[in-house]
Design a protein around this ligand. Structure first.
Ligand code: ZN
Length: 82
């Protein structure tokens, strides 16, 4: 009985694309798709169909693209509250 714990851990991560919190509907259903070759990102919420598309720098990670998206979302829609 040897210890055979091999790398069985990776499975869950692979299944879903990155999902983030939607600033519009509040669900965890925002998908980030990076088109690095063409230099833009697409954001789609599968719950409320909120969509966005914008250019990104070359090394942008999905989470960075998501941050840009949220900034844009609030930046455009919300009046300054402070
Ligand atoms: Zn949504």
């Amino acid at each position: 009985m040897g210890r055979k714990r091999q790398k069985v851990v990776k499975i869950n991560k692979r299944k879903l694309p990155d999902q983030y919190l939607c600033p519009s509907c509040g669900m965890n259903t925002v998908g980030v798709i990076l088109h690095r070759g063409e230099g833009y990102a697409r954001i789609i919420c599968s719950s409320c169909s909120l969509k966005e598309q914008f250019p990104i720098p070359e090394n942008t990670d999905p989470v960075d693209a998501y941050c840009i998206f949220v900034d844009k979302y609030y930046g455009v829609e919300e009046p300054p509250v402070k």
